[in-house]
Design a protein around this ligand. Structure first.
Ligand SMILES: [Fe+2]
Length: 285
């Protein structure tokens, strides 16, 4: 079993890098840490980056997880290869591009590009955002799944993610105490389904709601509160047609042995206990 220590970064292809840097800094509230002709590295914490936008194929994305030791990375490479995955060991140039010491990349059964990382670089300089959205950390992300049971088996039996809750067929998975860091959504697509940053509190969620509306950013769901994770949320659409989310107050599951996953009915109230309804179908959580 592969032990996932934490989520690490997302690599997000885009057609217009300048547009995404503008959105990520002026609207989303991330700090632009580094920019090249083709790559923009943005962060909501003290790491070198959480999101890397890459000029080019807008359909390209990859999500990365940190492993704790090089032995675990070597083990993961062996286990994945034995399962029939085509595993690529990152070259020095690829590691430099990702600001990591080592990584492996592969594509899961849902054609999601995943990377397992050892020693993602951090900085000694605190996060200083271009807009104070109240971001406290890179929270979680959603992944599309064409076959939930197959992918759940991958994440929970082959990797060591645990199911926190399910809504219909969808599943919210934790890899540490946080209620979920991965959300699997039934879909015909592959890749990243939404990108979440945690903010300090409900005031930040509501402040951003007004800010986003004033800036003509499409709100796709919320403000609302998830009965599953108890997080208060707002979802909105980026110029790259990806869904972004702020949320605050996510539940922590501190007693692994005492926790039993819950099955929520497939109704709007399972996504928002306040009564908010999503404006598009595919992203709701
Ligand atoms: Fe979310």
């Amino acid at each position: 079993m592969i032990h996932l220590h934490d989520i690490c970064y997302l690599r997000l292809g885009c057609q217009d890098l300048d547009q995404m840097v503008d959105f990520a800094t002026r609207i989303l509230g991330l700090e632009l840490r580094e920019r090249t002709d083709t790559h923009a590295y943005l962060r909501g914490d003290d790491s070198t980056y959480n999101l890397c936008y890459i000029q080019g194929d807008a359909d390209y994305d990859a999500s990365a997880f940190q492993l704790r030791t090089l032995d675990q990375l070597d083990d993961a490479e062996r286990q994945l290869s034995a399962e029939g995955f085509a595993v690529h060991r990152g070259t020095p140039a690829e590691c430099e591009e990702r600001h990591v010491e080592a990584f492996i990349g592969f594509t899961d059964r849902n054609d999601n590009r995943l990377e397992l990382v050892y020693r993602h670089h951090r900085t000694g300089v605190r996060y200083f955002p271009a807009r104070d959205a109240g971001i406290t950390e890179f929270g979680h992300f959603g992944l599309h799944s064409r076959d939930i049971e197959r992918d759940l088996s991958f994440w929970t039996a082959f990797m060591d993610a645990r199911i926190s809750d399910r809504i219909g067929e969808g599943a919210l998975l934790r890899i540490d105490e946080v209620h979920h860091k991965i959300a699997l959504f039934p879909s015909e697509k592959s890749g990243i389904q939404h990108v979440n940053f945690q903010v300090a509190g409900i005031d930040d969620v509501m402040r951003s709601w007004y800010f986003l509306k004033e800036n003509d950013i499409p709100i796709v769901f919320g403000p609302g509160r998830h009965p599953t994770s108890t997080a208060m949320f707002i979802y909105f659409m980026g110029p790259d047609n990806r869904v972004y989310e702020y949320s605050a107050g996510v539940k922590r599951i501190t007693d692994e042995g005492a926790y039993t996953p819950r099955q929520f009915e497939m109704k709007p109230s399972s996504f928002c206990m306040w009564g908010a309804r999503p404006n598009v179908e595919e992203f709701s959580e």
